[in-house]
Write a protein that binds this ligand. Structure first.
Ligand SMILES: Nc1ncnc2c1ncn2[C@@H]1O[C@H](COP(=O)(O)OP(=O)(O)O)[C@@H](O)[C@H]1O
Ligand SMILES: [Mg+2]
Length: 335
């Protein structure tokens, strides 16, 4: 066996990557056959086949397979009503004002202690509404909750769910909630004002009201083991009755000076900073901007530094990046 192959095998063992090991085992068979060790190659091949088929029979389904098999489908077109956001796509580092951070952390602590709370007839906060301006961490908040509770994040697809056929949207929604009963997850209704907006933009107004009503009822009866997280930019477009159904209504605000400072430092942690940056001046320019814009400005400045060859982020680069993003934003291109 060649030394390169041996090194890759040992590396895969070190990484604990089963998939790589399987691929490498196939390579070993190939390489033995190439050098004329046909008998050995066939023996290895049959060992490999046996172990793979045994594993298929016994192994629990991997995330994505499980996701595909049990996700509900829409009634008429058989479209997926929800998608699983893979664990490795869960960003979870958030910068929040302390009182907001504490409320997120409380949801996570209560989830971890749900059984202990149950002993006293108490329930952990399960249904959460996140509202606030765009780009400040509502969708990120759902990912972070999934990450910190270890629950799978499942996002409802409103486009597939809303049907113009009588009663079908409500039935689709019920399907999604039924799934959440069987399968502990963070069920994400991202930008759920889509439902409320559809009241005015859809031809069939009756259907939109029906789905709001059935959402109200499903929230009332919510008994799933995981969490439900809904997000909206427009608190005013949500039914008052809907607001009241949530265990926790949490505003995710624009970052203040302190948070802007942290967001900049977090984003720039891997690059070299010039000595004489006046953070006050940079932050002055970012007050009133979203967290997303702050992160993007820092990234843009870092990229410009790398491309210029100097590899040092300066105040001028930061101010420039902010200015450019603000200009684009004011032209309404960035949303
Ligand atoms: N509070 C925050 N802390 C850290 N990064 C944030 C925060 N809010 C937004 N971001 C950054 O901006 C991006 C967009 O945020 P997102 O959560 O999608 O905003 P929205 O509130 O519109 O759902 C995130 O992926 C993240 O990179
Ligand atoms: Mg969002």
């Amino acid at each position: 066996m060649n030394s390169e192959l041996l090194k890759r095998i040992v590396r895969a063992i070190g990484d604990g990557s089963q998939r790589d090991l399987e691929l490498l085992a196939e390579k070993v068979v190939e390489s033995e056959r190439r050098v004329g060790h046909n008998k050995l190659a066939s023996q290895l091949e049959s060992i490999l086949e046996k172990s793979q088929s045994a594993k298929k029979r016994h192994a629990p389904l991997i995330d994505s397979e499980r996701g595909m098999k049990q996700l509900p489908l829409s009634k008429r077109h058989g479209e997926l009503l929800a998608t699983v956001i893979p664990h490795d796509a869960l960003e979870h580092h958030m910068v929040l004002p302390a009182p907001v951070e504490e409320r997120f952390a409380r949801i996570e602590r209560e989830y971890a202690a749900r059984e202990r709370l149950g002993v006293y007839g108490l329930k952990n906060r399960k249904t959460i509404l996140l509202y606030g301006p765009p780009g400040c961490g509502k969708s990120l908040g759902a990912k972070r909750l999934a990450w910190n509770t270890g629950l799978q994040l499942i996002k409802v697809r409103f486009d597939a769910l809303l049907s113009s056929y009588f009663g079908e949207s409500a039935a689709n929604l019920r399907n999604v909630f039924d799934m959440a009963k069987e399968r502990p997850c963070v069920l994400l209704l991202d930008e759920c004002d889509f439902i409320a907006r559809s009241r005015t933009t859809r031809n069939d107004i009756g259907e939109a009201s029906r789905i709001v009503n059935s959402l109200l009822q499903l929230m009332e009866e919510y008994e799933a083991p995981g969490l439900l997280v809904a997000t909206t930019n427009l608190e005013s477009s949500l039914d008052d009755a809907l607001f009241r159904r949530f265990d926790e209504v949490l505003q995710v605000p624009l970052p203040g000076r302190n948070e802007i400072d942290k967001l900049l430092r977090m984003t720039l942690s891997a690059v070299t900073l010039a000595n004489k940056i006046s953070w006050k001046r940079v932050i002055d320019q970012l007050v009133g901007s979203s967290a997303a814009m702050t992160v993007k400005a820092a990234q843009d400045a870092a990229k410009a530094a790398v491309l210029s060859g100097e590899k040092v982020v300066t105040e001028a680069l930061l101010l420039n990046a902010v200015k450019e993003l603000k200009r684009i934003d004011s032209e309404g291109i960035l949303k």
